[in-house]
Design a protein around this ligand. Structure first.
Ligand code: ADP
Ligand code: MG
Length: 86
């Protein structure tokens, strides 16, 4: 985790199967699951990222990703830091 004056930055990285560019926006939709031979038999509801995005944006944060099929994925979450009123 990095921390600047205004925000905390959290990276979550894996070296899994990756996510093709065509799916990278859609994986944040409710119930969306990448449907190919690598993932079809796997468990999951397709809700995790939709819920995460909703919670993060509810805190005025952002979630983005960089991914390459066959190499892995890195999600980046930025959250504004809470500053008590003086
Ligand atoms: N780290 C990842 N690496 C590869 N594919 C992923 C990753 N995270 C999510 N996906 C793809 O995006 C779809 C939606 O993910 P997600 O919303 O987290 O669903 P779930 O709640 O079932 O884990 C998954 O079914 C999978 O196809
Ligand atoms: Mg998930």
């Amino acid at each position: 985790m990095e921390k600047t004056e205004q925000q905390a930055v959290i990276h979550v990285r894996d070296r899994g199967i990756g996510i093709a560019l065509a799916h990278q926006n859609r994986i944040f939709e409710r119930f969306y699951r990448v449907d190919d031979f690598m993932t079809r038999s796997r468990d999951g509801t397709g809700l995790g990222l939709a819920i995460a995005k909703s919670l993060i944006e509810g805190m005025e944060g952002r979630i983005t990703l960089r991914s390459k099929p066959g190499q892995g994925t890195m999600f980046t979450i930025t959250l504004p830091l809470w500053k008590p009123q003086s």
